[in-house]
Write a protein that binds this ligand. Sequence first.
Ligand code: GLU
Length: 611
Amino acid sequence: MVSARESVAELPLARFLARCHAEFATDHSGEVATYIPELARANPSDFGIAVTTVDGFVYEIGDSAVPFTIQSISKAFVFALALDLVGHDRVEAVVGVEPSGDPFNSIRLGADNRPFNAMVNAGAITCTGLLCESEGGGASARLTDALGRFAGRRLGVDEATFESERATGDRNRAIAYLLRTHGVLKGDVDTVLDVYFRQCAVSVTARDLSVMAATLANKGINPLTGEQVASSYAVARTLSVMTSSGMYDSAGRWVYRVGIPAKSGVAGGILASLPSQLGLGTYSPRIDDQGNSVRGLRACEALSSHFGLHMLNSGGDVRTCIAASYDVGSVCSRRSRRPQELAILEAHHAECIVLELAGALSFANVEYVSRRIRSLQPQLSYLVIDFRRVSSISEAAAHLLAGALDDLVARRVEVVFSGVAKGTPLEASLSGWLGGKHGVRVIAALDEAIEWAEDRIIQRQDGHLDFQKPTLLAEQQLLTGLSQDELSSLADLMATRNYAAGDRMIESGDPAASLLFVGSGLVSVRLPSGVRLATLSAGMAVGEMALLETHRSADVWADTQVTCLELSLKDFTGFRERHPRAGERVMANLARLLSKRLIVANNKIEALASY
Ligand code: GLU
């Protein structure tokens, strides 16, 4: 048997990463950082790579579990935390967003005496200072806790590295005093620097970095824990600054060649985050003159060029966001309709269109959807938009959708949303429309939304949906063509059954010993999971499969008060012997009904599959 580990190793991406690892492990260029004495103790041959996908699958190659200190990579997360905790106005007032072109530890501020950006020491110390102001003595714990939430586990601090940097960090002290001179940093320099040195000494692995990167790539939601760790505003701003300034003074070359927002640290870690795709974490302590891990850089470059992952290289067919589009003539609801209702729907099915949307709805997708909506036929009265397969909707997409909906309201089209699951981020993005606002109706299940629109079409054409009106036995579809005599001898064998709304009339798994002719009311056939297979009304039979099967295959529930006539299989067998012609007729009717059902089902499959 193939073990889980072996089968992961066989995945195409795992094989690619293993090849990169084997090739770049032979590169011994670069030096382990020594300016923080404790860092010099790192094993120069350590090399780990990890990739975490945005749905939370982790690939690990080599020394991906070896701990090292996060160093400058913490700057990205502290910036995001500061944006969320103290507000972007305050952060953006004291830290710029321009690349400096200087080394990370440069003692130089911008012309306005603000640090250039939050990825160089001056900007990072400023952000840490802001957090100290807002969190007081709890700043360090808060910060370590936040980094752990990004990583999906509690992280600790490497005390030896912390002490080592604290004892030798005079350059950072010089930066902090300069910041204080200009009023950018408030509070006690040593207190702020202790928090800063501690954040740099948080111990992580390449695997942790990949999960942290995937959390950034996933709009701040950790794909392993599902926790929203940072706001999407903070994440987008952080990724922006990482793009322009994350890789020390080789940031321009990095964007040009790799094109993935990234941040590196002098201990040898690199974190790269490609929005909506993946998070990459690498560890190899030999760094180049700019302070970037040599092997880590090569791994990032290889991954980007091999798979064409440059962020400006993205594209896609916007049309795939419409998973299916049809009118209720080709895909009807699971409500079985009576002949007069069917006739109305046949003539008016084009009045209701269903658009099943899918994926992450962006500006480009919904712009396309808006054109599709605009081109819908003039007789359109109902539009059902299904969101079951939609993972998210961007602000721009929501604006465009709002515009399209306004247009529909002006055309007197009634709009129904279905498939918006409760408590999801999607529900939050659509909340402006939920609760009946802007004339949008919300119906949980797509099938029920289609049924609602069909009902409206039928009612508008004066078709009555009075399902409590009793039906004659002669109107039963299964008994079509039987003579009066045959019907009355059959009626003698039947017993009246009354059910209240909510009663279970038939239970799945029970022996199939009778069939029920619905005289009035609505009944639903459901799988034990609750999924609705059909809703039937007067003139239709349930449990009719007893004529072919030995056991019930689904539950049947009374949706309203229901009256039925029950015919036992035993009595029907006796009736068939006495009235062979009528018996044959009933079986032929059953065959016709089943064949119609099959045709409808095939049409539905075709309509959905042709997309
Ligand atoms: N703690 C280090 C410093 O401030 C971080 C440097 C880095 O990783 O770039 O010097």
